[in-house]
Design a protein around this ligand. Structure first.
Ligand SMILES: Cc1cc2nc3c(=O)[nH]c(=O)nc-3n(C[C@H](O)[C@H](O)[C@H](O)COP(=O)(O)O)c2cc1C
Length: 515
């Protein structure tokens, strides 16, 4: 099936919707003795330790999550210290929690079920402190393992159809998911999580790159097979989801590289047995690109977002510059953790305003050109926002205003929409990303589904960081798809939900069973 036959994305999306019925009739159970490892561990490869200096930059998190387009044009070559920080603050272990059954090693970015199914790799030329090569980043011992010696960036540039940011990048980060590490718990819905979780990781990565004045650009348009071959992945189990160009040096384009041979480096088995979810493999295959030329044609502008005639508008209120918390990004990332209980108290409209404004200024990505264009719209259920009547809203980006869809107290409804978990009912506000899938699939083919989910995840990740920078808490949440659309309709008629994040004041912790 080709990328253009968009029944695949539609079918996958419809088949993985949560409904009250599907949730209560699912035969899925958690096979604890067969829980997969949250790491890819290569056997017999020595690690090159990464520098551990974690001092904070002077850049406030609320500035770092706004990467201006101009920053992508700065000439800058990353060194080993830059790479160490980018890896640590996006995918490093920031917290260890010990419980009766063992330990959970929490990472810098939120991840569904704390299952950490994503891996980061690097393809670079000679950099200060690091010889050219293809490397795997290992969070467990904070090191790089060399998989290939030499400069292989041209494979990435070619596969992307000469994407300009990649063509001038001294380093390329490649992000993969190993499905089983997430599908163990979430079954076939794990393919959505691939993009949600890479989105939160990339929000951190892009922000940390911004604090280092390192241009960074997300690339989703590439011929899949050569990239998976470069990393020697078994594409039935682990696939490349995105590449991120890092740094810029327009004077030294990558040299041509030779044929890509297999590596056959053994890795530690993830669990005693792995369950295959063919729907995931099918969806990935159906959204794959088959040539450089297809990749070149794929990138560009998303479909124009419609701008309906606005109803009652509540303009965003800026915070005076002096009241914007200056907390550095790295401090915010270290203290971030999904809020397990909200206090039901109010946040201010000024806080919500800065959060929405900073999170939505733009994402440097090959499917969101020109900078600032977007696929998803943000819909909100406000329970407790001082200065804003409780109710349902859609964020009108161009007008920097919240359009009221209905006024009322909707805590009970919000609590139902997130699968009956208390978090969405207790939070001050719930922010949903929704998009019209049809025009997205028409424009980008099945791969538009990857793009829509990933943009939702990056927006969610920026909201996480912005909330913690403001001294608030946040948690990603899952949802009953069609009930959410219905709740926001008629405005949201026909739209699909890509992401949900709840924001509010954290309260004392309670133990949660996560859906
Ligand atoms: C997309 C997404 C969806 C999530 N959904 C839920 C959820 O439905 N319920 C919940 O309690 N936590 C949810 N979480 C929070 C994760 O459980 C949490 O990120 C993970 O345990 C790691 O912990 P940390 O975020 O505190 O580092 C979600 C997180 C993400 C990124």
């Amino acid at each position: 099936m080709s990328n253009r036959d968009t029944r695949a994305a539609r079918n996958y999306h419809d088949a993985t919707k949560h409904s009250y019925y599907s949730l209560h009739t699912s035969p899925h159970f958690l096979d604890w003795p067969n829980q997969p490892l949250p790491f890819k561990l290569y056997r017999g490869l020595p690690a090159l330790p990464l520098p551990q200096s974690r001092d904070v930059s002077p850049v406030p998190a609320l500035d770092a999550i706004v990467a201006e387009e101009s920053e992508t044009q700065v000439e800058r070559v990353p060194d080993l210290e830059d790479l160490a920080r980018v890896f640590y603050f996006s995918a490093g272990i920031t917290k260890v929690r010990t419980h009766a059954g063992g330990q959970i090693l929490f990472r810098a970015a939120a991840c569904t079920g704390a299952l950490y199914h994503l891996e980061l790799y690097l393809a670079c030329r000679d950099l200060p402190g690091l010889p050219a090569g293809v490397y795997h980043f290992g969070p467990s011992d904070f090191g790089l393992r060399k998989l290939r010696a030499g400069d292989w960036r041209s494979v990435a540039v070619r596969a992307s159809g000469q994407e300009p940011s990649l063509a001038s990048a001294p380093a390329v980060i490649l992000l993969t998911s190993t499905y089983w590490r997430n599908s163990w718990k979430y079954g076939q819905r794990a393919y959505r999580h691939c993009f949600w979780d890479s989105g939160t990781l990339m929000a951190n990565l892009l922000a940390e790159a911004a604090t280092r004045q390192l241009p960074a650009h997300v690339v989703l348009g590439f011929e899949d097979a050569p990239i998976n071959a470069l990393l020697d992945l078994d594409p039935d189990r682990e696939v490349t989801l995105a590449m991120i160009s890092l740094g810029r040096d327009a004077t030294s384009p990558p040299p041509a590289s030779g044929p890509v041979d297999g590596l056959d480096i053994p890795t530690v088995p993830l669990s005693s047995a792995e369950v295959d979810y063919p729907e995931i493999r099918e969806m990935h295959r159906a959204s794959s690109l088959g040539s450089e030329e297809e990749a070149r044609r794929w990138r560009g502008a998303p479909p124009a977002a419609e701008s309906a005639a606005p109803g009652l508008l509540f303009p965003l209120h800026g915070l005076p510059a002096t009241d914007v918390p200056p907390d550095p990004l790295e401090d915010v990332i270290r203290r971030r953790g999904s809020t397990r209980r909200f206090a039901r108290s109010g946040i201010t409209l000024a806080q919500l305003s800065i959060l929405l404004d900073r999170a939505t200024r733009g994402i440097a990505a090959d499917f969101l050109e020109p900078f600032g264009s977007h696929i998803n719209d943000l819909y909100l259920i406000a329970h407790a926002v001082e200065g804003l009547p409780s109710g349902a809203y859609v964020y009108q980006r161009g007008r920097k205003a919240l359009e009221q869809l209905k006024e009322g107290e909707f805590r009970r409804e919000a609590g139902h929409l997130d699968l009956g978990q208390e978090l969405a009912a207790e939070a001050s506000v719930n922010v949903y990303a929704l998009c019209s899938l049809d025009p997205v699939l028409e424009r980008f083919g099945n791969r538009g589904y990857r793009a829509a989910q990933m943009e939702g995840g990056i927006l969610g990740g920026k909201i996480y960081l912005g909330a913690y920078a403001l001294g608030l808490g946040a948690s990603g949440l899952t949802f009953f798809d069609d009930d959410v659309t219905q709740f926001f309709s008629p405005h949201a008629e026909g739209k699909s939900v890509m992401f949900l994040v709840a924001v509010g004041h954290p309260a004392a912790r309670r133990v949660l069973y996560q859906r």
